[in-house]
Design a protein around this ligand. Structure first.
Ligand SMILES: CC(C)(COP(=O)(O)OP(=O)(O)OC[C@H]1O[C@@H](n2cnc3c(N)ncnc32)[C@H](O)[C@@H]1OP(=O)(O)O)[C@@H](O)C(=O)NCCC(=O)NCCS
Length: 190
């Protein structure tokens, strides 16, 4: 049975300085190096934070991105990053709980709009996995087709990246064999 933790959604704008430091330190311990970058796009992120007795033990976040399949109208995508669990608590189902919760939240308009001022309807979730098998077990699919980043009207191929998607109830019919593109951003493109 999974270990019980309290899970909260915290918009980056409401994250306390102490919690932000705790999340950064947790990511450093989990990844074995300082992976946190203060990119501007993280200021609008939503953190999913797992607490055990008020201590942050597991974390993920999502940011809004525009992903386009075969050049069609972009899909509003919850793009997941910084998934991390305290090393001594790994393998007990914490990150799995957080990711299931994240998927439930981004599909729940009422819950979602209680957390933010705008009225959003996600059409897809995506992430760049370090280990795809962990996410595959949770229903994520590895993209098989070509990957691109859109910049100034151009499509730049990113053949070295791996991307996974999660189909939401609102995801249109898409094939993972097609081409997938994201808008350019600073730092990690995927
Ligand atoms: C990847 C990571 C976030 C997973 O966190 P976690 O809390 O250990 O995840 P879970 O416990 O939910 O699942 C991990 C494994 O334990 C297994 N597991 C989950 N609950 C379990 C339980 N109660 N008993 C036994 N095994 C269990 C899962 O099946 C999973 O197996 P898998 O790795 O073969 O897929 C964590 O290992 C981590 O922080 N890694 C370093 C950072 C990193 O690589 N992040 C991901 C970048 S994409």
């Amino acid at each position: 049975m999974d270990q019980e933790i309290e899970i909260k959604i915290v918009p980056a704008t409401k994250l306390t300085r102490v919690d932000k430091k705790a999340i950064q330190a947790l990511c450093t311990r989990a990844y074995g190096e300082d992976v946190w970058c203060d990119y501007e796009y993280l200021n609008t992120a939503f953190h999913i934070v797992g607490f055990d007795a008020e201590k942050i033990v597991s974390h993920a976040l999502w940011v809004d991105r525009s992903l386009s399949v075969n050049g069609a109208a972009p899909l509003l995508t919850a793009y997941v990053e910084y998934v991390a669990t305290e090393p001594c608590l790994q393998g007990q189902g914490l990150a799995s709980q957080l990711l299931r919760f994240l998927i439930a939240v981004i599909q729940d308009t009422v819950l979602l709009n209680a957390e933010r001022d705008d009225d959003v309807h996600y059409q897809l979730a995506a992430l760049a996995p370090a280990d795809s098998s962990f996410y595959q077990r949770l229903g994520w699919e590895l993209w098989q087709g070509e990957l691109f980043v859109r910049e100034n009207g151009q499509q730049i191929a990113t053949p070295d990246d791996n991307v996974m998607i999660y189909r939401l109830a609102s995801t249109p019919k898409i094939s993972v064999q097609d081409t997938l593109s994201a808008e350019w951003r600073e730092g990690e493109l995927w």
